[in-house]
Ligand binder design. Structure first.
Ligand code: DLZ
Length: 189
């Protein structure tokens, strides 16, 4: 799959007073730590205080949706970022874990309405995974945190009033345009 994640336009986010959670899978923990750091940095540079970001660890990526679901139900978070690393092994286990994590995370987002984003690396080799954890191909944790910030801002704008939604619509149209430009200039990931 090709494409670069959009860079968040800082002006689009008004994160003061918003809380976020990061749910992290311990499997392949050294790599996942990099995703957690990437996500923390994205929150920090958007103006979210360190004390407004909670990190919760679970055993593996399969458990991410359940933890995210519990966190969403608390109503304490404007967004939840799920991070984990699934690397293909000798058996089809990889497919099961990756598929269930992806569809479970989507279900949490749809069922609760709380932006719950996908910061998983699904890689064929460990080398590919490192490249996507702050290496040559970006940092999936950072990208997922930016998506959570973006979605939290958008959800808040449509709840507030019609004008907020219009402004968010214009911001997102501009962002999509920028994203298309970035996708054209990027290679295979
Ligand atoms: C069992 C397993 C395997 C084989 N591979 C991974 C992986 O690459 N990445 C990951 O996050 N978790 C893996 N797991 C653990 C499962 O996610 C889960 O924790 C266990 O199956 C227990 O439910």
């Amino acid at each position: 799959m090709a494409g670069r994640a959009p860079k968040l336009r800082r002006a689009a986010v008004r994160p003061a007073s918003l809380r976020f959670a990061i749910v992290a899978a311990r499997f392949n923990e050294r790599i996942t730590q990099r995703l957690v750091s990437g996500a923390r940095e994205a929150f920090q540079s958007a103006g979210v205080g360190a004390d407004a970001v909670e990190v919760h660890w679970v055993p593996g990526s399969f458990e991410l949706p359940q933890a995210a679901s519990h966190l969403a139900e608390t109503g304490r978070f404007a967004g939840i970022v799920c991070v984990g690393v699934v690397i293909r092994g000798q058996t089809p286990h990889f497919e099961h874990v990756a598929r269930e994590a992806a569809s479970g995370i989507r279900q949490v987002a749809l069922a609760t309405g709380i932006p719950t984003t996908f910061g998983l690396i699904t890689a064929l080799t460990e080398e590919q995974a490192w490249a996507r954890a702050g290496g040559d191909v970006g940092n999936r944790g950072e990208e997922a945190a930016e998506a959570a910030l973006h979605m939290a801002d958008w959800v808040r704008s449509i709840r507030n009033d019609g004008k907020g939604a219009e402004r968010a619509g214009r911001r997102h149209a501009r962002l999509s345009q920028a994203t298309r430009g970035l996708s054209r200039s990027s290679g295979t990931r």
